[in-house]
Design a protein. Structure first.
Length: 329
């Protein structure tokens, strides 16, 4: 279902919150349709381009919406703190690092096929910029690594939980889930895989094949079942990612400006020049993590060592939105 130009114009005249509600709902609708392993790579690219139309609106005429996103869409960290305070006797949180809305169909299909009860599916935003440490800090951890081997301690905001963070096969993860009622498990996949393949070709296709393999595997679902048994489980992520291999090249002065400002990245801390361009190609964003200059929309540029084909930390929907799935078994 494509959103008509007139609907987008109507969005621009409503409140920021109304506009974001429509945008997030539409992105979720496109991304969550069922997938089959055989056609997943081409179908995911197709959906990516469809969501790209919303990104184009957000970077060409609706860019002020990005400056209002923090007040208009609940951040994943805030949603989690709210969920953690709900009176479930036992809870588990599985953070899959870098999981985007593209991966949502596998979770929904797998849960259904394997007899889980689905209590809710939504999308929330990452911290701005969408980076791992910012998300960890929003939950009260100084960094992701602090969760390792129950090192989360009592400083964080999700109290009374056993914590773990690893990049191990799912089978080994299952053995690390303890008997403590509340569990927080932060796995480095798919982000680790994403950065492994980000320099090679388009990046998205091999990642999509790996995702299909991992998220339909018996080992993954046995691990999820171990977390969900006797517990209310949420599966979410710290941020998504941009398939920048498919982004158009920014040439001329725009390309030069982006290269000088961001090098091979998508954001830079502090205040800075957003350039003379209208519509803008970078925005100054102030969040709980301070002031940052962030690359806006779907553009890549030439940079030393080559621009990565999969990355995160800028302002596009699939790098900022994270799925939020609530399950029991």
């Amino acid at each position: 279902m494509a959103l008509s130009v007139s609907a987008l114009q109507a969005l621009a005249q409503g409140t920021h919150t109304d506009a974001w509600r429509v945008i997030v709902h539409h992105a979720l609708e496109i991304a969550s349709k069922p997938l089959a392993a055989g056609n997943a790579p081409s179908e995911v690219v197709k959906r990516d381009r469809e969501i790209g139309e919303l990104d184009l609106f957000l970077s060409s005429s609706g860019w002020d919406l990005w400056q209002a996103v923090g007040d208009s869409v609940e951040r994943t960290s805030v949603r989690l703190l709210r969920w953690w305070a709900e009176p479930f006797s036992a809870k588990a949180l599985l953070i899959l690092d870098g999981l985007s809305l593209r991966e949502l169909p596998w979770l929904l299909q797998g849960a259904k096929e394997r007899g889980f009860t689905l209590h809710g599916v939504g999308a929330n935003t990452s911290e701005l910029p969408g980076e791992t440490d910012e998300f960890a800090r929003a939950l009260g951890f100084t960094s992701r690594s602090k969760l390792q081997n129950n090192g989360g301690g009592l400083a964080h905001k999700l109290q009374a939980a056993q914590t773990e963070t690893v990049d191990l096969p799912w089978k080994d993860c299952e053995a690390l889930v303890g008997n403590t009622p509340n569990q927080i498990f932060w796995h480095h996949w798919p982000d680790a895989k994403l950065h492994d393949g980000s320099g090679a070709g388009q990046g998205l296709e091999p990642l999509t094949k790996d995702v299909a393999e991992q998220l339909t595997s018996d080992d993954f679902w046995a691990f999820v079942e171990r977390l969900a048994t006797g517990r209310r489980l949420v599966i979410t992520s710290d941020h998504g990612y941009a398939a920048t291999g498919y982004f158009p090249d920014a040439d001329g002065e725009v390309g030069q400006f982006l290269k000088q400002t961001f090098s091979s990245g998508r954001n830079k801390s502090g205040t800075g020049d957003t350039g003379p361009f209208v519509p803008p190609v970078a925005l100054q964003i102030t969040s709980p993590h301070g002031a940052h200059l962030m690359a806006l929309g779907r553009r890549k540029w030439r940079s030393p060592g080559g621009y990565p084909t999969l990355t995160h930390g800028g302002l596009s929907l699939l790098e900022v939105l994270s799925p939020f799935v609530e399950l029991t078994k």
